[in-house]
Design a protein around this ligand. Structure first.
Ligand code: NAD
Length: 357
């Protein structure tokens, strides 16, 4: 039986991936230690997700609640199942740009050091497998803020004639800008994953993601703003917009579309390729536009307050140009637009469900 190892298996992207690969008959080994609950102090649906997997896939899902930085189980799994391991999907991370400044060493130990640890196990025991790493658009730092934005009533945007109007592609420089310790720890891992492809000739892939959202996300003040905002809406609590008067723009992609992109790559992997992946211009919104959209879709209006100063290094505008991925994998497409993402999260949060399927 083919094995997929998924780190961060009960997080947003990891859990979608686990379900996806179980559905197509993989044996999945997941690692997740519920770090999110501990460091961001949020309630997570870790146990609900684990119960679901145990009930539905007890034969083909094996879970370790261990820290991937030092778990001896990780070595053991690679040694015992080396030839059966076909995919390593590394999503476990300290995911917050802001939180990373509280403890840059801790952040680096997870985001960068655990990545090289996994890469070494992969290189020694399962070099025929495919290794996919979830990187971030924060590797590009805050240079994007120096583009020539116009300020409109509800958003910042570029003129149609601007070369980046459709979004930022992989040619955008990654250095000589401010990243946050998180941006740097992810950049280090991103480069190392590329290197294991290019230097060692292994089949690695790096996906630089923008805002990924979806049902079951444990949104918190630190990260996962769409899910966090909808939770606040449902609890009738205030949502604080941090900086840029709410005109900052993001493109949003559903975790299910991200996982389907991984699947395409798994079938046709390259050596250390990088891809920007996000919802694109058609799924981009400012926070103010998002709040309007939520009102239209749910009939509810969230109470907002404004913090005048933006987060250090926060993007004023980010839209992903994902055309490189589309050109390489023309059959992949976005199946869940931003309206559908909002509706699904809202309905599931209201009913306490952790998933659509
Ligand atoms: N969601 C987004 O908007 C987004 C955007 C860009 C990049 N990414 C990247 O995608 C990946 C997944 O993001 P997500 O949104 O699913 O995050 P998530 O926080 O929902 O999931 C990550 C999971 O990893 C687990 N984890 C963290 N450190 C661990 C450790 N040392 N040992 C074991 N488990 C550990 C956490 O408990 C969590 O469940 C991350 O690498 C993140 O940087 C996400």
């Amino acid at each position: 039986m083919k094995i997929a190892i998924v780190t961060g298996s009960l997080g947003l992207i990891g859990f979608e991936a686990v379900k996806f690969f179980l559905r197509i008959n993989f044996f999945v080994i997941g690692f997740d230690n519920n770090l999110r609950k501990r460091i961001y102090q949020v309630e997570t649906n870790y146990q609900k997700k684990l119960n679901f997997l145990k009930e539905k896939y007890s034969e083909r899902y094996l879970h370790f609640g261990a820290d991937i930085r030092d778990s001896p189980f990780l070595d053991k799994i690679f040694k015992e199942h080396s030839h059966k391991i076909r995919l390593i999907l590394h999503t476990a991370a300290q995911t917050s740009h802001d939180w990373s400044a509280k403890d840059p060493v801790f952040d680096f130990s997870i985001n960068a050091l655990s990545t090289i640890r996994l890469l070494e196990l992969y290189r020694h025991y399962s070099p025929k497998a495919v290794f996919i790493f979830t990187s971030t658009n924060k590797v590009y730092g805050d240079r994007v803020n120096s583009l020539s934005f116009r300020e409109y009533k509800k958003r910042y945007d570029l003129l149609k004639s601007d070369k980046y109007y459709q979004g930022i592609n992989e040619d955008f420089p990654i250095d000589q800008s401010l990243h946050s310790p998180f941006g740097v720890s992810k950049s280090a891992a991103d480069l190392m994953v590329q290197e294991y492809g290019k230097y060692f000739g292994l089949r690695t892939g790096v996906f630089r993601l923008g805002v990924v959202s979806g049902v079951g996300q444990n949104g918190s003040h630190e990260q996962g703003f769409l899910s966090f905002l909808i939770k606040k809406l449902i609890k009738k609590e205030e949502f604080r917009i941090i900086g840029y008067q709410g005109k900052q723009v993001r493109d949003i992609i559903d975790a299910r579309d991200v996982v389907s992109a991984f699947y395409y790559y798994y079938h046709q992997p390259k050596q250390g390729e990088i891809y920007n992946l996000g919802g694109g211009r058609e799924n981009s919104l400012s926070i103010l536009e998002l709040i309007d959209q939520i009102k239209i879709l749910t009939g509810e209006r969230i109470k907002i307050t404004y913090q005048p100063y933006h987060r250090l290094g926060d993007h004023k505008w980010w839209i992903t140009d994902y055309s490189k991925f589309r050109n390489d994998f023309p059959n992949w497409q976005i199946n869940f637009n931003v309206k559908k993402i909002i509706q699904d999260i809202y309905l599931n949060e209201k009913s306490g469900q952790i998933q659509n399927n």
